[in-house]
Design a protein around this ligand. Sequence first.
Ligand code: ADP
Ligand code: MG
Length: 697
Amino acid sequence: MRPEILFPLFADAKTLPGVGPKTLPLFERLGVRKVGDALFLPPTGVIDRRLRPSVQGAMEGTTLSVRVVVLSHSIPRRPGAPYRITVNDGSLDFVLVFFRPSPDWLTRILPVGAVRYVCGKIEHYDGIAQMPHPEVIDPEKEDAPDGFAPVYPATAGLGQKVIAKAARTALDAAPDLPEWLDPAWMAKRGWPSWHAAVTRLHAPEGPGDLEADSPARERLAYDEMLSHQLALMLVRARRRRAKGRVSVGDGRLQGKVRASLPFALTGAQERAIEAIAADMATPHRMLRLLQGDVGAGKTLVAFMAMLIAVESGGQAALMAPTEILARQHHAGLGALAEAAGIRLAILTGKDRASVRRATQEALEAGEIDIVVGTHALFQKSVAFADLRMVVVDEQHRFGVDQRNELADKGQGDGVGADILVMSATPIPRTLALASYGDMDVSVLDEKPPGRQPIDTRMVSLSRYDDVVDSLRRAIANGARAYWICPLVEESDVLDVAAAEDRARVLAHTFGEGRVVMAHGRQKPGEKDAAMEAFRTGAAQVLVATTVVEVGVDVPEATIMVIEHAERFGLAQLHQLRGRVGRGSARSSCVLLYQGPLGETARERLGVLRETEDGFRIAEEDLRLRGAGDLLGVRQAGLPRMRVADLEVHGDLLAVARDDARLIVNRDEALETDRGKALRVLLYLMERDGAVRYLGAA
Ligand code: ADP
Ligand code: MG
């Protein structure tokens, strides 16, 4: 139940002044659905509204307020020219400028001879001071301008005044809230109360109040991060108490697999398996993220984890985001399953009905030990004899709910299967903290030995012929190459090299049949056939869009050409490059770019040339693009932050996490005074779900 004290802030945004049927959708686009949301539209600056004696001597571009007498109107003589009104401020004549005004309106608000206050930005034109589109105040109707006014970014078709009014109304509705921050910590940082902080934001006392590192701004950012971390911790704490199966392996099957491998596991793999085994042995439900760069050997770790489930008499499921990946996993695990002597099956939506029914029956009867599949595994009709472990490949393609749904198939009575999530997307530490606070994490930060570095080069598209020549030589020697294009169909506007054209040209150069293609708009059968031809070596060049980004595994491929590399994100380029260098032969990657490159673009591509460490690349990507970059944030599954800016407030994130952990350790039910105040914070930030967990403890 939402605390009563917050009711005014939860009134519908419709009730804000100036918000009607036309503007409501615009406000919604800014995230304003209720009155309180307007408090989280931070202004970008302030207007100095303190009255000055004159505009004389004002610097170009400064904003100021003066008292003037209206002298004359000058109506534009040609269309498009501005309407000019000359005024005098007591010591100087200057001009108010209006583009495309309604003249009636101007004669009404600025009649000749009247006294007015005008507030606006001073510019100089032909040596004469002018003020375009000033705010006009009639001293007989309104107070003289004073103090500072916040400036909001006028966006989405909403004028800055409408936004200011909404924010002001929200501020007036904002109650004093009980303090949820630790007083000593607040004192140390010099932070004001929540109410004082939002007041500073929307009724600033000077430009300093709106700096990103001002005490008010920092406090609100911290509130936002704390509420997020606290919500994650509460969910996590509940999950820890969630009953899970106790699965203890005897090492029998794992031993057989180890004996069959031509290599030893890396230290990182051993550590990850140990951590997973420990989790599985507790009567709590595991939720662990296995993070590791492409080729770090996650699949083997996951397989060992699944064997623990089988050794203890149960079953395991591996869920892949696509049909292709499911089939690849199934094929890749075949030899390992054989070595272990277990029964491995695959289940996807594309199976023939009869095959599928047979697989389902076998799963239910416990005749299958490990099943690999796609979304089809979620289906109600799929039941397991004793599902103990669920591995989810490529985290960000599945929602949290989906992965829980599958794990809940484990057993009734709220006892779910253990969950291991595998992700090859290296996420910068700061973002990982923010988005995966509810998971335990194992990182494979050590690559299997013997991998050769990938020779990465940047080549201008103007040297296309040279690239094709050396590719021709390599292919004559039996090499296999990927050629990646950014889009499928030609777009004149974007000047994107079309994959289809490229495939045609390369087929002409290297011979029909040598070149196949794979992209997102093909029929699945066509794509599978192309991939298969490339896998077996029947074709030597695979022209593809980014469909090969995730998971395609052809160890014999040693060349990766990425056309228009400047159009890809760093993380994506890194993933693409990871498709080569998987075998023992030396591999290369050509970043074909369209010049001239800007400084940042050059730097970005340069990072790839310097390192193959996905985590370093992710950190650099974050640095070069900024944490605010939507795509990066979305990739990392980070919630939208409204006040916090990870670039400025990133340091506070770790503090917020420690704070949240301490709170949960001491007062998980949030029943102390501070706990009750924190409930208010959680509701204020709409973390209702987390508060609901409190009752369910
Ligand atoms: P990831 O899933 O992390 O991208 P994979 O599990 O697909 O990586 O492993 C990539 C390749 O490395 C596979 O061919 C796998 O057999 C091999 N591999 C895994 N672990 C090791 C190891 N410890 N030593 C040598 N090769 C390994
Ligand atoms: Mg893999």
